[in-house]
Design a protein around this ligand. Sequence first.
Ligand code: CUA
Length: 349
Amino acid sequence: MPQPQSRRRCIFSSYRRRLLLAILMPALFLAACADNSASMLTGRGPAAAQINTLWWIMFVVGAIVYLLVMGYLLLALFRRRGDRRGDDDEEEASEPDEGTGIVIWGGAVIPAIILAGIYGATVFTLSALKEPEIPEDLTIEVTGNQFWWDVNYPELGIRTANEIHIPVGQPVAVKLTSEDVIHSFWVPELHGKLDLIPGQVTEFWLEASEPDTYLGECAEFCGVQHAKMQFLVIAQDDEEFLQWVEQQQQPAPEPTDPMIQQGQQIFLGSSCVYCHTVEGTNATGELGPDLTHLASRSTLAAGTIPNNRGNLGGWIVAPQSIKPGSLMPPTQLTGPDLQALLDYLETLE
Ligand code: CUA
């Protein structure tokens, strides 16, 4: 009887193809690492460099073990096929002791040594990450919210959102907590992850070796917009950082232009004030991001869209079409009122 066609057609049916697939699979996964933006493999701070070293040790050891095991497996497969063909007439059956030795050394002794070594390296890295080399001068409190980051500098009297400025080359203490569910704070290029837990404060530190903007993200599933809960860490040299601090410590400017005054009235007369603060005005809500220096930030809705006039207008009128499930409600405004409101918000630098 003829064989059913389907059995012969499977593209992975042949032994060689399956072997090729097994070899190529890891390469396919590694191809995803080619884009190194916000990659933990580009350690750009002392903590990330330590984690990076540990990662490479584990990767190289894992790769060597994988290649040895695969090589041994291939050897066994080909020997077995040779056996079936009867090519090994002169080759005698293996001594029983040979197999036992391989099981004891390859299956127990060598893995135990490797695992103990990796355990030691992990404990060493964890203790090195505990504290920075010099004590921190600055504390930043970050509170996770569905789905944005509230950022406070208690010593400097600054409150902002979704954007953390730090002085380059100096460790800063970071204290984390959450208002609602568990989130996780992760800046892959600077440090490992740490959870933000409601009712608890978790602490670690951040340090960037070079001035740049580093992408951070929530690394714990926290609801429908978990993927759009990003933030930026902006590491600046001392002069730029102090300029930023001075600017952020100012209250919002009192508008003099009639159009902007009208925009301010629209803002203060709307429901915005129940959730948002603008220092120097009657808007003192704390449920949403502080807007005192909204225009100085580069993104809106926690890294979801760039902060520009068009996006800001869209975000005010229809936030649920941009980030469905966020707590920002839509605001009904006429065209001219929206333009006046945008004029006002753009002065909040
Ligand atoms: Cu917050 Cu995921």
